[in-house]
Design a protein around this ligand. Sequence first.
Ligand code: G3H
Ligand code: 13P
Ligand code: ZN
Length: 306
Amino acid sequence: MLVTGLEILKKAREEGYGVGAFNTNNMEITQAILEASEAKRSPVILAMSEGAIKYGGGYLARMVIEAARDARVPVAVHLDHGSSYEAVLRALRLGFTSVMIDKSGEDFETNVAETKRVVAAARAVGVSVEAEIGKLAGVEEHVAVDEKDALLTNPREAQIFAERTGIDFLAVAIGTSHGPYKGKGRPFIDHARLKEIAELLPGMPLVLHGASGVPQELVERINRAGGNLKGAQGIHPDDIRLAIQGGISKINTDTDLRLAFTAAVREVLMEKPEIFDPRKILGPAREEMKRVVMERIELFGSAGRA
Ligand code: G3H
Ligand code: 13P
Ligand code: ZN
């Protein structure tokens, strides 16, 4: 069933578990996310970036929303990293139940003003809004405190931002970054900063972008099957558990699905050179992504919460 993002995340924050926001770009990814969520009886967020909407068109967006409606668990369809008011309006028109406006690259006042406009539009049609404050960048442990401060979310600023904009959930920068290269060894996460933010914003669901685990087993399989992803590194499961305890409710995952997809496709094509039926190539990829989503759901603690 299709619900708003806030409906899913308010309960998650109150009860102290996390919900995955998994990025989709096609039918097989959508099916993998929904089948895994149904198998685990977990609420879920289907995220589509502007890039995904451009790639698949309104046609893909409508298919994703239809699939969410048919699902036997609560599903929100969410615009990931909306870059403008216009992009948000397009998503609202398509029927998304949650949107992100990402003006984190602008100065504080512009971020507030643009986010407020989006909140007014989304509120009018009952859609939830996420915004971001701070810069998502892999931050090394040894980096100087004032350098970290310049990039990562300032707790007091986060509180003022949330009050002034009226957003429903807030993405924070605490050391994670997008993609498969998040730092050497175990990437640094600023749990103390997260604790401060959560204390200043009681009840507000917080969002962790760049949260993929980058399972080394998948990286090795890709590299063995002709890929080149040397040095790929993700967020340790213990850091995800700690972050959820610290107030993170929405955990964005795209890279892990891309890795699962690529590992399965590379292996099938390498091991079965006689195959040319797309279903025999994409089917195993769907299964591999489903396995990854089920593992993430267990890690987030959202299994059985639907
Ligand atoms: O945070 C970004 C997501 O991984 C989506 O990436 O813009 O390439 O679709 P994309
Ligand atoms: P990953 O690249 O770590 O999967 O992060 C995805 C994300 O934050 C989407 O908004
Ligand atoms: Zn993101």
